[in-house]
Design a protein around this ligand. Structure first.
Ligand code: FAD
Ligand code: 2HG
Ligand code: ZN
Length: 500
């Protein structure tokens, strides 16, 4: 059955569109974090929407499951097949055409395999802004961004991927093509199918193209890295910034001292740019090390203010926020980026936390959302509870504080690997995480749900949180989701074993 499927796909798409050699497909079979290991039947690379539809029709005929994949940067194992050797990965990365650019309507229509970074560049060439922004934007695709309803660092002002999409083209699980590429900001003509597919993590349809919403480029964008005493001051700073700037506050990212420590440890040259604020530098590059001392580590906030009119206006706003916060004792110190290079360096520090953590070894990854008013209580209570239940663990808590979204990640106790080689350390940390992950997740998620929060703000359920969603979603919510899946994909062809 699977052999017949592959030979028919080959006849339809050509042999270059199918890869089966282990060396060619290995990096498609493992997720970015190297926590899920699949064994795909093949990786199929259709070149256009019609070919995607052909593959899906053949998959239905032969009852072969398809796992959609874009840049494979997802953090929940959604793009990784199971280990049965019967599921085929359907990569959308060859769908890279830019179909339409409409500066007057402020929209761009691109195919699913175009990288997020490319869309940002195209928008810039149009004199506009595509504000979705995340650390993996060089590899992540628009199809993957929409399928996961990605968040990132611009949500505070511009919303998540769903808010930035006006229309989609979708290949349904039965292999039909739905052209929903409407470039409209208002369209109340029945059920919102677009929003059904966005965030469905490849379980309801294959997104093959999308109309994306662009914005005017602000004339002034100013960034500051700010040292704070703890989460409560992050909250107070957010209130000050929002009351003074309203929508001009375009990013507000919190980083606990422990979260930037992995950047200090593994990418000291990146951490150096924020050393004055984050402290703790122990490398030769740091002023503290040069003076023979190690400074105390601090929590911090990366704050961005954008102004439609001018850089001067953005600077004035940022300085007024920092001035008030200093006066009220909310902020201990601040670096305001003076050049584009400094701005990039501060953002690079923030975006390197995930890479630093990966270099450090396994962590328990959490991606929670809470009402912003509950964040401080959550962090305070959770930190105490966590350290008492799992003594010595590292609280790598950071993220999109302004959206109420924290990556409340937990690292294995550092002492476990004291004096060990990096390879041994990674093995030890992985062992700790494997042993304690379920209990840690339960502890955090029980509290999050009790405080009316969400167990996934932006990374999705994939396979990582599938069972947890069952635990926390109400029976009716789960039943409605299952009915939708069954109605659209009765043969269970698309991404089985994910989400539901
Ligand atoms: P993949 O990983 O290939 O797939 C993700 C899911 O979407 C899978 O379920 C897959 O089956 C499905 N899928 C992919 N393409 C399609 C398609 N065309 N049609 C239907 N289904 C499809 N995420 C955030 O939200 N915010 C962040 O700030 C953020 N930062 C990150 C930083 C780093 C360093 C890394 C490694 C990841 C980060 N992520 C973040 C997670 C990830 O980048 C996003 O989830 C991204 O949207 C995934 O895009 P992708 O193309 O890599 O999708
Ligand atoms: C980010 O905000 C990403 O940088 C990744 O969502 C979060 O590493 C993580 O857990
Ligand atoms: Zn994030």
């Amino acid at each position: 059955m699977t052999a017949q499927f592959l030979s028919e796909v080959q006849a339809a798409l050509g042999s270059a569109a199918i890869k089966t050699a282990p060396a060619d497909i290995e990096h498609h079979a493992i997720d970015w974090r190297k926590r899920f290991f699949g064994k795909p039947l093949a990786v199929i690379f259709p070149a256009n929407t019609e070919q995607v539809a052909q593959v899906v029709r053949l998959a239905n005929q032969h009852k072969v499951a398809l796992v959609p994949q874009g840049g494979n940067t997802g953090l929940s194992g959604g793009a990784t097949p199971d280990a049965s050797g019967t599921q085929a990965i359907l990569s959308l990365t060859r769908l890279t055409r830019v179909r339409h650019q409409d500066a007057a309507n402020k929209t761009i229509t691109v195919e699913a395999g175009v990288s997020l970074q490319r869309v940002q560049e195209l928008a810039e060439e149009m004199g506009l802004l595509f504000p979705l922004s995340l650390g993996a934007e060089g590899s992540a695709t628009i199809g993957g961004n929409l399928a996961t309803n990605a968040g990132g660092t611009g949500v505070l002002r511009y919303g998540n991927a769903r808010d930035l999409c006006l229309g989609v083209e979708v290949v349904t699980p039965s292999g039909e093509i739905w052209n929903g590429l409407r470039a409209l900001r208002k369209d109340n003509t029945g059920y919102d199918l677009r929003d059904l597919f966005i965030g469905s993590e490849g379980t309801l349809g294959l997104i093959t193209a999308a109309v994306l919403k662009l914005y005017p480029r602000p004339k002034g964008v100013m960034t500051a890295l700010v040292k704070i005493a703890g989460p409560e001051d992050a909250f107070r700073l957010l209130q000050i910034a929002q009351s003074r700037c309203d929508a001009a506050l375009t990013a507000f990212e919190y980083m606990s001292a422990e979260s930037t420590q992995v950047v200090i440890d593994h990418f000291p040259e990146v951490a150096r740019h924020g050393a004055q604020i984050i402290g703790g530098m122990t490398t030769d590059a740091s002023p503290a090390a040069a003076s023979g001392k190690t400074s105390a580590r601090s929590d911090c906030v990366l704050m961005e203010i954008s102004h439609a009119e001018s850089e001067r206006a953005a600077t004035a706003l940022l300085e007024s926020v920092i001035g008030s916060a200093l006066e009220e004792g909310v902020v201990l110190d601040a670096i305001v980026a003076q050049t584009l290079a400094q701005t990039k360096a501060l953002w690079h520090l923030r975006e390197t936390i995930t890479l630093g953590a990966a270099e450090d070894g396994a962590q328990v990854k959490l991606d929670i959302a809470l009402p912003i008013s509950a964040l401080v209580d959550f962090i305070d209570q959770m930190n105490t509870e966590m350290l008492s239940a799992f003594p010595g663990v590292r609280l790598h808590n950071f993220g999109h504080f302004g959206d109420g979204n924290l990556h409340y990640n937990i690292g294995a106790p550092r002492y476990l690997a004291a004096g060990k080689s990096p390879e041994e350390r990674r093995k030890i940390y992985l062992g700790y995480v494997e042993e304690n992950e379920q209990a840690i997740r339960r502890l955090v998620h029980d509290r999050v749900v009790a405080m009316n929060g969400s167990i996934s703000a932006e990374h999705g359920l994939g396979q990582l949180r599938k069972n947890e969603a069952r635990r926390y979603k109400t029976a009716i919510e789960f039943e409605l989701m299952s009915k939708i899946k069954l109605a659209l994909d009765p043969n269970g062809i698309l991404n089985p074993g994910k989400v539901l």
